[in-house]
Each structure stands twice: as structure tokens, then as C-alpha cells.
Design a protein around this ligand. Sequence first.
Ligand code: ADP
Ligand code: MG
Ligand code: MG
Ligand code: MG
Length: 601
Amino acid sequence: MGLLSEGTPLQWSEVSKYVDHVREHGIIQLLHTLEKYKNRQNDPFLWGDEVEYIVVNLSDGKATLGLRQNDILGKLMLISDSENVNFHPEYGRYMIESTPLKPFDASWDSLVDLETNMRHRRQIASRYMTPTEHLVTMSSYPLLGVGHFAETEGTVKGPVTQSEFMPDDVINLHPRFPTLSSNIRERRGKKVEITVPVFHDVNTPQPWVDPLLKDRPVGVSSQEIYMDAMGFGMGCCCLQLTFQGASIDGARDLYDALAPLTPLFLALSAGSPVFRGVVADQDVRWNVISQSVDDRTDDEKKTIPKSRYDSIDCYISRKNEILNQNTDFYNDIPVLTNDKVTEQLREGGLENDPLLVQHFSHYFIRDPLVIFEELLDQDDKNSMDHFENIQTTNWQTMRFKPPPNASIGWRTEFRPCEIQFTDFENAAFCVVVVLLARTIVANKLCFYQPISQIDENMKQAHVRDPVHRAKFWVRLSVQDQDKDSKPVFKQLTLNDIFNGNDEYIGLLPLVRDYLKSPHSEPLPEKVSNKVNQYLDLLSKRASGELDTAATWIRKFINSHPDYKHDSIVTEKINFDLVTAINKIGSGEGWNTIAQSMFRGF
Ligand code: ADP
Ligand code: MG
Ligand code: MG
Ligand code: MG
């Protein structure tokens, strides 16, 4: 989340006059930051997560999203620093984000402290709920946009989104958010169009008839779940992780190393099988958000292949020889850049750093979406506001974050994961990624594969039940350090990739080996017990022995007495489902309610 500026946000007709101004000054600001911090070395390995929650009212057999974000956050922001928790606003007025106040470090203990801190955050935030409000971590709320799904006073077809389904007052009240929504709509010249394939159950009419909508915009298939507001995507919840690199190059190396893992972790964390009350033929939220903020005009879509919310387009390491000897082989998809920005970066000192120029110039093909009138003119030596404006509205699977000030270094963010029901699972996903990052750095592992393969893997991550039905490209020889070697790539299942097979060592065995290798400080038993649980959880999810959240939700719906096997999730099913997920998340009978997800834990 970018900083929440105070002031008057400009409407699109005004913003469009200043897009070049913001780009130009954004790059000046970036160049100042590079100048100041390019030689930072030996920053410690720090990391921290972000967890997103929804607030749901559960009473009298009805579930509705609660909109007291301002009241709740107002109180949460007063919590003492000594609690080491931090709370942030999010797009939906029914959403809250939490992070640790201080990032974790490279100590073994931090691998255990994360889950404790996540639980503490949930407990603290829960104190500010009314008796019927509950803090729930689920990736996509099944009835978002259906009937009276939120405690809203507004009506549909409001001026901001003009949505058929979602009133404007479910959006965060800070002017940044409604303005972002309406400026995207105005820039593209029409409402956003989000479509997702319907899951055809035995009683689903063929052809499908959408119970909520008869007339669709021209060009939108009647055979898909159609959504028309930013909230359908940005109103989903995710789990993110940020790492500090030892230097700018350390952060760039980690960006590249983790990028190939993004579709794999998206698929394994799958938790979004229902959109707008209809069971979908996919398990993840990613392409829904991607379409929900897609500001390209129809004409631009012919030349700009991706939404500003999408998978990454190019690797950025300056030091990695395997990449640098074979750049075109790995950076193998067209990367659009802004000529003016490219020139400005080259003249600003980056003439010998073509990959960094390409990376930022690619981000800067996009227009700023929200500009605050009062912030048009800034002190470019000390502000990064114009830069961050464009940077934080390029929502990609990875993000390379420059230092915002002297106390924070160069960082890399891992952004694909769906949020899980419990803090145990959320910690498990984070800790495994943290350990992979450490393993990669310690053992100089190489996951480089052509970007086009990562894109193909993103498509595979959108296959329903990816554990059983999808295959993902991987580089078999991850221990490769020879720039002249001929790598072999192969499509494998998530089980093969996470657990290993005859040809591929496997991500989790790599981590287990790393933990067994000698370290300056031995692994305490409490840490190894915990970490082994996390590794086992992901191992069993990948093998299919345990269900992903999406599979479990499908089974819950399928066995609900109210379900007519027609792909429709009713209010009663939704209430019972969210009630169950709330219980699981709060630790009440979690492994009995969802045995197929947690058996053995
Ligand atoms: P975003 O801009 O992605 O929303 P947030 O500020 O919400 O970022 O959270 C990013 C995470 O990074 C938090 O968990 C925070 O604790 C962590 N963090 C803060 N400082 C550092 C640092 N120097 N290195 C790594 N992680 C950090
Ligand atoms: Mg967030
Ligand atoms: Mg955040
Ligand atoms: Mg983030």
C-alpha cells in the first residue's frame, strides 16, 4: 500500500494533463535515491509479512461484510509500539491489513516468532470487533457483490464504479481509493470488465444462465462470471513478504531468484473458488485483480500485452552471470518501455545498467492514476512520492523496492500468495519462502527460466485444482552455476516440484538440506520442530494428501444440504462456510472442521 496522502485528488480529466510531469519527476526522484543509496552494502537480512483480513458480521444466520474500517483502524493505530504490531488500511472498507511493526531478522528464533506475532495481531484486532463482527482470513469472499452482502447504505450504479453489483460505499473512504477506481474507469473509457469461467456442475444449465444479470456489455461472454468493479479484485485478500537485500545487487538477485517461484506459490496457496456467488472453474484470485485494475483502453490492449497488475516481464540482476551471458534467452518476452524515461535514466547515470533501465522504464509506460493537487510540486531530492505513485500501481508478482529513507535498505517483495484461514498456514507459507530465499543465497541456486515459461506457469496456476490438474515449467538443474551450461526445462506437477522426483531435487528437500548443513548457530529444537511442521504442511498440500483451501471450500459447498449442484452459492451456504472459516481461523476446532486440510497437525 502506498502512503495515504492528504489533499484533493484530481479527476482523470485533470490527471491526464500531468502524467508526463509525474513520470519525469518520478524518475528524477528515483535517480536521487539511487545516487544516495546505490553504494549501501551489508544491510542485514530483514523480512516481514503482510496479512489481509475481512471483517464479517455473523448473526441470525446472515453474513454481511462490516464497514467500520475507520473506527476499527482508528483504535488499532493507537496500539503501543511495544506490541510490535502495525495495522494498515486496505481497498475494501471491510478490510484491514496487519504487519509486524519491526521486521524479523536472520535469527532462527524469528522463524517461530512470526506465527506468534501473527496470532497476536489477530487477537489485538479482534478486541475491537463488536460481538457479531469477526476477523476472517479468506482470499475471495464468496458473495461479494451479491444482494445485501455488506452493511452498506449505498445503492448500486454509484458514480464511482457504476457497478451493477457493488455499491460505492464498500470502498475505503479515503479519497485515494474511490478516485483510483473512477480514474481507471475514465481512463479506459468504460467500466472494468472482469470475467472468470463458470464451474459446470451436474445441474448447472448448459448454456449457463447468469441468475443476476441478463444484459452483458458487448463482447463479454454470457458463459462467464462477469464482474464490473475494482472491488471484486482489490477486495480480495493476499499474503505478501518483503525481504531486505544486503545491497542493491542483493535485492536484485533475490527478485530474480524468487520470480520463478511466484506461480508455484500462487497455485499451492489457492483459496478462491467462488466469485460473485458462482462457483468458478479456477481456484485463485490473481486474474480477477488483474482485470479489476486494468486501465488499458481497447486500442492499447492491441499493443500493451498485460494489465498493470500482472506477472513480471523481465529479470533485473546485474551480477548474475547465467543471466548476463544469456539475457535474451531468459528475458524472452517483449518488454515495452517509455523512450523518454529510458533516455532520462541513461543520462542520469544508468547508461551501463540496461536491465535496471528496462525495468523502471517498463513500469513508466503506465500513467499515474491518482494525483493530489497539493503534491504536484515536490522536493525531488527528498521526496519519492511521484516515483511511488507509478511504482505502487504496477502491481506485479514481485516488486523491487528502493530505500524510502536512510534506515531501510533495498528490498524485494514476494506478492503472489493467497491468504490462508489460519496463522499457522500463513506462517508456514512465509517461513518456507524465507527459508527458500536463504537457501538460494547460501547455495547460489539458480532458478532462471525464460520469462515466457513463468507466464505459462501463471496460466497453469489458474487451472482448477492445480495440484492435480496442472503442470509447471521448471529448470531441472537448480544447482547450476556454469554460465555456459545447457539447462533443461521440464513441466512437472506441484508434487514433483515441491517434494522432488528422480529428475528434480525439489524445493522442500532443498530447504531441508540447507537446514541440515552446518551453521554458525545450530538450529534450536523448538525451531526445527516448528519448521518441520511448516515443511510437512506444504509437502502434503503439494502431494494432494491434504487439501488446499480452494479444494476444501469446494467440498464444503458440494456437501451442503442447500447446494443444488448448479454452481450457485446461496446465502445460507455462504453463512455456514464463513462461520466455519471463522472458527478455523480463531483456532476453535480447526482440525476437526477441516480435517482434509490439517489431518496430522
Ligand atoms: P507495502 O508497501 O508492500 O504495503 P508494508 O509496509 O505494508 O509494505 O509492509 C512490508 C513488510 O516489510 C512489513 O512486514 C514490514 O515489517 C517489513 N519491513 C519493514 N522494514 C523492512 C526492511 N528494512 N526490510 C525488510 N522488510 C521490512
Ligand atoms: Mg495489502
Ligand atoms: Mg502493506
Ligand atoms: Mg505489500
